[in-house]
Design a protein around this ligand. Sequence first.
Ligand code: 13P
Length: 341
Amino acid sequence: MSVRDELQATIADMVQRGKGILAADESTPTITKRFQAVGIASNEETRRIYRQLLLSTPGLGEFISGVILYEETLGQKADDGTPLPELARSQGIVPGIKVDKGLTGLANAPGEKVTQGLDGLAERLAGYKAQGARFAKWRAVYAVGPDLPGRLAVQTNAEVLARYAAICHEVGIVPIVEPEVLIDGDHGIEQSETVTEAVQDEVFLALKRHRVQLEYIILKPSMVIPGKAHPVKADPVEVAERTVRILRRTVPAAVSSINFLSGGQTPQEATARLNAMNAGYPHLPWLLSFSYARALQEPPMALWKGEATNAAAAQAAFLHRAKLNSLAQKGTYDVGMEQAR
Ligand code: 13P
């Protein structure tokens, strides 16, 4: 298969109505923090068991078309010896891999970050591909403050995201391009909108400059929401209106799918806001879906608590959340469905 055919096939498998992406690519320090919050010890074995639990959930493939894994998980096996990427594949879920190496301070830009991991990326991608990964993810973050983000951070992160995407395409891997505007702080929704528009403008400018074919990327943006310390909570209709407005201004129609991150929203908020977009704006050029980590995993992780006897209940809660988000992708979710299971 040519590289282009490979990219096209992966996009076709991942971009499906009523389906979204499970982000299960928490780095070891991040999953450890999440486990500790609910009293679970974090070691290679508990992480393996937990991710096996997620991927072996019966029926998951009806709502989830792709899973982002962490490097450790890519090499782990289920109890019966099946590699975890293969377990995903057996449910019709495309395995992918987080490939960035995390954040570091951006020199000469106090308070701002740049994402690392470009050196040797092509070689690493070839190895991940041999282990079954068909797509990748790279996350850039943007802090919001009175003078943040600045031009330097916006331009540098866009350049790095575009170089990552171009390298992925050379080896037949679909890149998820994730510019995350952080919700830390007390900024209002207006500032969130202004920043997110500027960030996305710059990202698409850089993708063009690096000759990235937009048909073969997936955008993973933030929704336009106020900072978490802001006194006013935005309702789903306002979030939908502002988010769709800037997507229309910044994202070419050649992009086939936009899969939001949840970024610290509650599971219910993340579902209701995605639903409001799809219910209110049914004729957009892209599929609007999800690529949630916390908003899909919080309920099952809290129920599981590291105990085998809780596995079935955790899987049921996980499947329910995946189903509600699938309905939100179609714009047919209703808050009354939260309890019905
Ligand atoms: P959240 O949905 O928890 O924000 O995580 C998505 C993700 O992949 C962050 O990189």
